[in-house]
Design a protein around this ligand. Structure first.
Ligand code: CU
Length: 267
């Protein structure tokens, strides 16, 4: 057993090293386009590396065992039965428990840094002035506020589309336009069943629930056009329920807004 230890240590170190290298050099996620994205990606990287260590380690162990413990010529039966190995059982209980605990604490930290534990700003204009109860997803930390934009956008979800209402401009758009580097707060309502508003490039997702308005805060950091995807199975055409968010410079956003805005109809 002792003379095998250096090989074992070398193999484990090799698997961990390769996993870290892949984890830091292979990017499986789309571009990072909001302030939440880099925070979320830290956690993803750690989970990816843990998954790689398990996958590569187990694959090597299975392939090694196939050759090492194969049936030899003239061999009859499976050999002596083994029962229990306290040392091994303690190791395979303690190590995963520590890993799960660390991942749990780290996830909490990430959720907190993304603003998940923050109370919403109840004075914000999108809340309206009535006492309607609004549930919310991720809020934003004050330190992340690069600017406060009174965008006042309402998202309506229905089978099978998203509509974006800009009450300040008195118009409805099929595309969500927002200015870059501004804190955006959208109020979301469903006309029928449960939908979910997901922007993979922003790493945020929030359910849209009938009879229960929700709020989602985000700050886009990269100009571009990104998909908005319904991430809740909402009916036969759920797969086609998509829209686009267009993140643009402040002046471009204002141009677009002014081109679309309609004068209020006076009554
Ligand atoms: Cu949907």
């Amino acid at each position: 057993m002792l003379n095998k230890s250096p090989y074992l240590i070398f193999s484990i170190a090799g698997v961990i090293g390769i996993s870290f290298w892949i984890g830091f050099n292979v990017n499986l996620l789309p571009t990072e386009a909001s302030i939440n994205a880099p925070i979320y990606d830290e956690l993803f990287k750690i989970l990816f590396i843990i998954g790689l260590i398990l996958f590569i380690g187990m694959t090597i162990l299975v392939v090694y065992s196939l050759f090492k413990f194969r049936k030899r010529e003239g061999q009859i039966g499976d050999g002596i039965a083994l029962e229990g190995n306290l040392k091994l059982e303690i190791i395979w209980t303690v190590i995963p428990s520590i890993i799960v605990l660390i991942v749990g604490l780290y996830s909490y930290n990430i959720y907190d840094r993304m603003g998940g534990m923050n109370e919403l700003n109840h004075d914000h204009s999108v809340m309206g002035n009535n006492s309607e109860k609004i549930w919310a997803g991720i809020s934003q930390k004050d330190s992340n506020d690069v600017g406060l934009m009174d965008t006042n956008i309402e998202v309506s979800a229905m089978q099978f589309a998203f509509l974006f209402n800009y009450p300040n401009g008195n118009f409805i758009s099929g595309e969500l336009h927002v200015p870059v580097d501004q804190k955006i707060s959208v109020k979301m309502e469903s006309k029928d069943v449960i939908h979910a508003f997901w922007i993979p490039e922003f790493r945020i997702k929030q359910d849209i629930i009938p009879g229960q308005p929700t709020i989602l805060n985000f700050t886009p950091t990269k100009v571009g056009k990104y998909p908005i995807i319904c991430a809740e199975l909402c009916g036969p055409y759920h797969g086609g329920m998509r829209a686009s968010i267009i993140v643009e410079e402040q002046s471009d956003y204002e141009n677009w807004f002014n081109q679309n805005k309609k004068d209020q109809v006076k009554v």
